[in-house]
Design a protein around this ligand. Structure first.
Ligand code: UT7
Length: 329
């Protein structure tokens, strides 16, 4: 009997209406459109401005569209995982809040924190519940409102990040399409280069942590850049090797959208032509857990059943990985 796989049966994204351009950032910090474009490839990012809205509201938009697209009644969803580092609040989980707002009552919901690799971690986790036969409709979300933890006086981070959410539906399949294999890695020693210092149990919020701007993202870009390039190219190549895949077998590589120079270097190291690389960083910036499903959403009309896709990501933690998916529709 064919192995039961978790097929992606739909994808939907959401970005807020408000667009912050590089010209807007030139007014906030000492930067230029030229620096941002040439060093990162980013031209604009979407920002959730409404003070009464948060990550769950972006999840709601993405998942509502996903349910419509896949003709799924909220009562049929039996699991929902939300990968995010910007939950609405420390608890309860954003997945639970999203479920409540959508009338999803029968599901096992939880958040997963793996920064920019969050969607890959969640996709692999959700797929295991389908493969084991215990769950039939699993929603996997990658969503971050990065603007809620970005210091708009810090030019080294504020130009990079944006807000957005993407979601996929996983369902059982026996026609060889679905999430086939993953290599997921982490290395906590990398935490010194990319983190949010305060707001957790080590440094709970105090007047001092707020005054010291410790509730914002801190990043030492260069070591992260280097680790991202080596980490992603290594797992992509190892995943292909152990599955006997060549570049010709792969229709698309979907890399985390953190920096156009990282994307180009990973493509080069894995010997992929740029025509096979999904790219939308110019429009959204780095939406952390949102980048991979937002890419799939943007390129959905170009995908065909049976396409081999390699997703890869690298992020805070450090966390990284690569996943081989055979597209199911
Ligand atoms: O998604 C999670 C994982 N994150 C990543 O993958 C991000 C990885 N890192 C990067 O993408 C890049 O390191 C950055 C885009 C963050 C920075 O680019 P870089 O080419 O590594 O620049 P740098 O940090 O080496 O800084 C070079 C110069 C510095 O000035 P000096 O010291 O040479 O005078 C910075 O102060 O560029 C300066 N700089 C800026 N200048 C204008 C840094 N940010 C800016 C800015 N505008 N926004």
């Amino acid at each position: 009997m064919a192995r039961q796989l978790a097929a992606i049966t739909g994808v939907q994204g959401y970005v807020p209406d408000h667009i912050m351009t590089n010209a807007d950032l030139e007014k906030l910090v000492d930067t230029t459109d030229e620096w941002i474009r040439t060093r990162t490839g980013i031209e604009q990012r979407h920002i959730l401005k409404d003070p009464d809205k948060a990550t769950s509201d972006m999840c709601v938009e993405a998942v509502r569209g996903l349910l419509e697209k896949t003709n799924t009644d909220p009562s049929e969803v039996d699991m929902m995982i939300c990968a995010t580092v910007t939950p609405d609040m420390p608890f309860p989980d954003t997945a639970n809040i999203t479920a409540d707002k959508l009338g999803i009552k029968n599901a096992f919901c939880f958040d997963l924190s793996a920064a920019c690799s969050g969607f890959l971690y969640a996709l692999s986790t959700g797929a295991k519940f389908i493969e084991s036969g215990t769950h039939k409709k699993v929603v996997v979300i990658g969503a971050d409102q990065m603007s809620s933890i970005i210091d708009y006086t810090d030019r080294t981070t504020c130009v990079i990040f944006g807000d957005g959410a993407g979601a996929v539906m996983l369902e059982p399949s026996t026609d060889d399409c679905g999430v086939i294999d993953s290599i997921l890695k982490s290395d906590g020693a990398g935490r010194q280069f990319l983190y949010q210092k305060a707001g957790g149990s080590l440094h709970p919020a105090t007047l001092e942590t707020v005054q010291n701007r410790e509730h914002f993202v801190y990043q030492n870009g260069r070591p992260v850049f280097k680790a991202a390039v080596t980490g992603m190219s290594d797992v992509v190549l190892r995943l292909m090797e152990r599955n006997h895949l060549t570049v010709d077998d792969i229709t698309w590589m979907v890399p985390h959208q953190a920096n156009m120079r990282i994307i180009e270097t990973v493509a080069k190291m894995a010997d992929f032509p740029m025509e096979k690389i999904m790219i939308n960083i110019q429009r959204y910036g780095n939406t952390t857990a949102g980048t991979l499903p937002l890419c799939l959403w943007d390129y959905e009309s170009q995908l065909k059943k049976g396409d081999n896709i390699i997703l890869t990501a690298f992020g805070g933690g450090f966390t990284w990985g690569a996943t081989w998916v055979k597209w199911a529709y």
